[in-house]
Design a protein around this ligand. Structure first.
Ligand SMILES: Cc1cc2nc3c(=O)[nH]c(=O)nc-3n(C[C@H](O)[C@H](O)[C@H](O)COP(=O)(O)OP(=O)(O)OC[C@H]3O[C@@H](n4cnc5c(N)ncnc54)[C@H](O)[C@@H]3O)c2cc1C
Length: 347
């Protein structure tokens, strides 16, 4: 209640009312999206599930002009969320991605997998590989090329071996896959004309004791579980986008902390942030997400079916990431493609 009052005093009633209206108006948009998941049909271009209006507009202008939300609110409280979820600023950002941010921060029922998402993936792989007839898994092998033959596609793996399929589903952004497409001119043209840019993100997890003084505090218990940053922090050479405590020991003051940053954090910077470092793990995501800008007209029909010739069976899941990169969106897009494959194979 006190926080609400402080927000009203700082940003004005209309900003908070505008925010309330945004969340209630657009809840429906996402509910429709999830309803579509249960529909047993497909759409040829996944972008079609959202009205063009949402895809083409700039989020900042939209929130300010349509909902009367103050720029100072967007820059102080909204943008830090965008930075910690998508490593981007709110300038030239698309509305759907912005609404994903609103939904993510509003979700009362976040679901997590025990021991992390990796456990889900490993269980799925175990279930697949223990069934002999599905034992076609080639892990840690890049696909080098996909060649169209008269009624099939030949895939060449990194080790030079080839496999032939009636249908192929691509689940990696085409621009970064490094796959050569042979006899598939339209796919090559699509890749060449794509103007999607990808954001590089660094994620580090640190087990250690947080140094409260680094954050201007006097005791480790005062360090909040989530620290986000505003765009201005970039001029102040702040090394991170967000710092999040994942685990806190009850006995001593050790924590496991997740740090997202645009650049790798140096050993010296870690030593300033933590007093007794026990372990650091660093992951680099060179193509973490596409830059989530408003779409261009020609991107509204980004194809899900890459080979539209009669009998074509080359499908693409990741075009949905141009709008917003999230597992839910990828799962929906994957299911949409599964319907397409079933239809093709049953013809
Ligand atoms: C730091 C970070 C945090 C995130 N947090 C969340 C979150 O909290 N919630 C959420 O919903 N989403 C989150 N996301 C987004 C989420 O990870 C993506 O939406 C999701 O991973 C997309 O799944 P995908 O299978 O399409 O692509 P990916 O997971 O990127 O998988 C593509 C795979 O293809 C492989 N590959 C590439 N080229 C080839 C080739 N030539 N041959 C064979 N294989 C190839 C890659 O190695 C990779 O394993 C996060 C992303 C990042 C980077």
């Amino acid at each position: 209640m006190v926080t609400m009052l402080q927000m009203v005093l700082r940003f004005g009633f209309f900003t908070l009312f505008g925010l309330f209206r945004v969340t209630t108006h657009h809840k429906l948009l996402f509910q429709n999206f999830f309803t579509l998941y249960n529909v047993k049909d497909y759409i040829s271009s996944i972008q079609r599930i959202f009205p063009d209006f949402y895809l083409l507009q700039n989020a900042k202008e939209f929130l300010m002009q349509q909902y009367g939300i103050k720029q100072s609110f967007l820059e102080t409280l909204f943008e830090p969320g965008v930075r910690s979820i998508y490593s981007q600023n709110l300038d030239n950002y698309n509305i759907i991605a912005a609404l994903v941010n609103v939904q993510a921060s509003n979700s009362a029922t976040l679901r997590t997998f025990k021991h992390g998402n990796r456990n889900f993936f490993e269980t799925a792989v175990r279930m697949i590989t223990c069934q002999a007839r599905y034992n076609h898994l080639h892990l840690n092998q890049s696909i080098v090329s996909i060649e169209k033959k008269t009624e099939s596609y030949v895939i060449t793996l990194e080790d030079g071996s080839t496999r032939e399929f009636d249908a192929v589903v691509i689940a990696v952004p085409l621009e970064v896959s490094g796959i050569s497409f042979i006899n598939l001119e339209k796919v090559n043209k699509y890749i060449q004309s794509s103007s999607r840019e990808f954001i590089k993100t660094h994620l580090a997890t640190v087990k250690g004791k947080v140094n409260p003084a680094y954050f201007g505090l006097s005791h480790p218990s005062q360090v909040p579980n989530l620290i986000t940053t505003t765009k201005t922090s970039e001029h102040e050479a702040c090394p991170f986008l967000s710092v999040q405590t994942l685990w806190r020991s009850k006995e001593d003051q050790y924590t496991v902390t997740k740090i997202l940053s645009k650049h790798p954090i140096s050993k010296e910077q870690f030593q300033q942030m933590f007093l007794d470092i026990q372990e650091v793990q660093h992951f680099e995501f060179p193509y973490a997400y596409p830059k989530l800008r408003p779409l261009r007209e020609e991107e509204l029909k980004a194809p899900t079916q890459l080979d539209a010739t009669p009998g074509g069976g080359l499908y693409y899941i990741n075009s949905i990431e141009t709008i917003a990169s999230a597992m839910e969106a990828s799962v929906y897009s994957a299911k949409n493609v599964a319907h397409m494959v079933v239809k093709k194979l049953s013809q």
